[in-house]
Design a protein. Structure first.
Length: 218
């Protein structure tokens, strides 16, 4: 199944390091960050899992829950957690999905349907390095796919989460490299007449289609 932004995130029931979950129920009324890993005890992923643990408070502030996935069993995740704590300074403080049968990896199109558990090469593993951002409406808001050798930038995940939460609430878009507190762009769906009501102090417009205003506060 091919997934796109705007699709409903496939639901599933699975075992995690924090017990059995129903994914949609686990998300509840929050945002969710699902990030996957090709295998336990791998070097790049070890650094990523530790970093996400350190950043969890930032995601908490944004009403976002973190959940990891690796195509190994939960018991292996628990053993790996000790290595992560010793090498990165923090053990995972969020659930990790056990996916040794590749059920969730295939459901989210991380692997082809013909992939066989336990009979995969390092090249095959490379596909299971993804980030999905899912909204409280259970819709996929963002998908990122990474190669095996490139560690992910979770500051970027926070940045896009800030943007998506802002633009879900206000009729604006965020420009290139935007960060929290910087100017934004009035959405193209907003007419000038409507914009005058929303922004009575006006806006900067280097072009008629490029209307720049301060980030909305509320």
């Amino acid at each position: 199944m091919s997934l796109r932004i705007g699709d409903t995130a496939p639901n599933f029931q699975t075992q995690t390091t924090e017990g059995q979950i129903d994914f949609h129920q686990w998300i509840g009324d929050k945002w969710a960050i699902l990030f996957s890993h090709p295998k336990d005890f791998t070097p790049v992923c070890t650094t990523e899992l530790g970093t996400m643990a350190k950043m969890k408070a930032e995601f908490d502030k944004r009403n976002a829950k973190i959940i990891g996935l690796s195509v190994d069993a939960v018991d292996d995740h628990k053993r790996w957690s000790k290595d992560i704590e010793e090498t990165q300074g923090t053990a995972p403080n969020y659930p990790m999905i056990g996916d040794p049968d590749l059920k969730v990896a295939k459901l989210y199109d991380m692997l082809p349907a013909e992939a066989v558990p336990g009979k995969r090469t390092a090249a095959d593993n490379a596909t299971v390095r993804t980030v999905f951002v899912i909204g409280p409406d259970k819709k996929i808001k963002l998908m990122l796919f990474y190669p095996m050798t490139t560690g992910r930038n979770f500051d970027e995940v926070l940045r896009v989460l800030d943007s998506m939460q802002l633009t879900a609430k206000h009729k604006v878009a965020t420009p290139v490299n935007w960060k929290q507190g910087e100017d934004v762009i009035i959405a193209g769906s907003v007419s000038d007449d409507e914009a005058k009501t929303i922004y009575p102090n006006g806006w900067k417009a280097p072009r008629p289609y490029l209307r720049i205003v301060p980030q909305p506060k509320a």
